[in-house]
Design a protein around this ligand. Structure first.
Ligand code: THU
Length: 137
């Protein structure tokens, strides 16, 4: 699975977005260790705070199905579904990634013009609080 193909699946996932309030359609495609891909989209709510991001939708679907090993995620988004640049994951989604992913988990953003930016989780969430910290005496 190439980063470009993963991004294609993220772009497809954008089409599932439920975003009547912000108008931002966001899609994600999460690659598991066994090659399975889970897609997710953002789902907004009239009460705003129950809104969930595309990345977490993908993670929660995968974890529900028993996956605990993840390689990479592609994320894209834009107002009214038009991708104008990178759509970096929000801080809450980065923390959810931290729960299940190692430092070398890859995050790809972009998708509009075919140009992707690639980051490791360690780059996007340095000095993070993880399950390992939680277990320390
Ligand atoms: N959003 C995501 O889906 N992922 C992110 O990482 C950042 C934000 C969504 C939430 C909301 O529906 C819309 O983008 C605008 O914030």
């Amino acid at each position: 699975m190439t980063p470009e193909k993963l991004m294609e699946l993220a772009v497809e996932a954008m089409g599932h977005s439920y975003s009547p309030y912000s108008g931002y359609k966001v899609g994600a495609a999460l690659l598991c260790g066994d090659g399975t891909v889970y897609q997710g989209c953002n789902m907004e709510n009239a009460s705003f705070s129950p809104t969930i991001c595309a990345e977490r939708t993908a993670f929660f679907k995968a974890v529900y199905d028993g996956h605990r090993d993840f390689k990479a995620i592609a994320v894209c988004g834009g107002k009214n579904g038009v991708i104008t640049g990178a759509f970096p994951p929000c801080g809450v989604c980065r923390q959810v990634m931290r729960e299940f992913c190692r430092d070398d988990f890859m995050i790809y953003t972009g998708g509009g013009d075919g140009k992707l930016s690639a980051y490791t989780l360690a780059e996007l969430l340095p000095q993070s609080f993880s399950a390992q910290e939680h277990m320390k005496g």
